[in-house]
Design a protein around this ligand. Structure first.
Ligand code: GTP
Ligand code: MG
Length: 255
């Protein structure tokens, strides 16, 4: 007796980022081709989407259009999460054991990160996401080894004249994450965690994002723990229409 092979679960991209960055708007734009109005999310939302014809899934680059494998490789799932500070467990629990997660899209409001308040809020959340990815990698005990999980920083809202260009979004976030990293370790020391015990220093090391140095944090340090970070800009809505091309390119590279 032959059994019909159950379809393997589709590659999933996790949408993460602070509230109002544009995650749900991006989800609707990728799912439907153009965005629809959104409300702040209070629960996760999962939809299926299809890579448009003008992009080539990297796993199928040697196949021709019409080949079933080529068409199959275009299908993926977007998993949107609420950005509100009290609802981030929906996103962070996904990072503990991200079996079918093919990549993470961290959506950033490029105008909000031009101001200290927005920058710090974004950097804190991003620090915690990156630290969770690092812990997943270093804590892996399976023989296969942990899989790579790339992360796209989608610098959104570039239609706004106050928005920072992507290369400045990157530099600003690296600086701000450097500060978050310092203050988190200081917070632990002040509370006595990881100090005075037999495991002195160990707890600290586990909570320290990136390489052990005291210098600045750079996204390139995440390579060592299986996460390639790239920063690409665009806008989901805006007067000139939406521009999500660079993000589609990135998704195609991961499929
Ligand atoms: P939470 O669900 O609260 O986590 O927020 P979210 O990240 O899902 O934000 P959402 O997609 O709901 O977008 C928030 C607001 O930003 C909406 O009013 C969108 O129309 C607006 N927005 C999204 N993308 C852009 C953009 O590229 N440019 C401009 N100007 N506004 C945008
Ligand atoms: Mg939302």
């Amino acid at each position: 007796l032959y059994r019909i092979k159950t379809p393997t679960s589709l590659p999933t991209f996790l949408l993460i980022g602070p509230s109002a960055a544009g995650k749900t708007a991006l989800l609707t734009a990728l799912e439907r081709g153009s965005p629809i109005p959104t409300h702040t999310s209070t629960s996760p939302l999962s939809v299926q989407a299809l890579l448009p014809e003008e992009y080539v899934p990297s796993s199928a680059s040697y196949r021709s259009p019409g080949d079933p494998a080529f068409e199959r490789a275009r299908r993926f799932v977007l998993y949107d999460t609420p950005g509100h500070g009290k609802l981030r467990h929906f996103a962070t629990t996904q990072l503990v054991n991200p079996t079918n997660i093919q990549g993470i899209i961290f959506v950033v409001d490029a105008a909000a990160v031009a101001e200290d308040v927005g920058l710090n809020e974004t950097a804190e959340y991003m620090h915690d996401v990156l630290l969770a990815l690092q812990k997943r990698y270093t804590g892996n005990r399976t023989s296969k080894g942990p899989k790579e999980i790339p992360l796209l920083i989608a610098a959104n809202k570039l239609d706004l004249f106050t928005a920072l260009p992507p290369h400045l979004v990157k530099i600003s976030l690296e600086k701000a994450i450097t500060e978050v990293r310092k203050s988190r370790v200081k917070g632990m020391k002040d509370s006595g965690v990881g100090v005075d015990g037999a495991d002195e220093g160990l707890g600290e090391e586990k909570e320290w994002l990136g390489d052990g140095g005291e210098g600045v944090f750079e996204f390139g340090q995440m390579e060592e723990v299986g996460t390639n970070v790239s920063v690409r800009g665009g806008n989901v809505v805006g007067g000139q229409g939406s521009d999500v091309k660079d993000w589609w390119e990135w998704i195609a590279e991961q499929l």
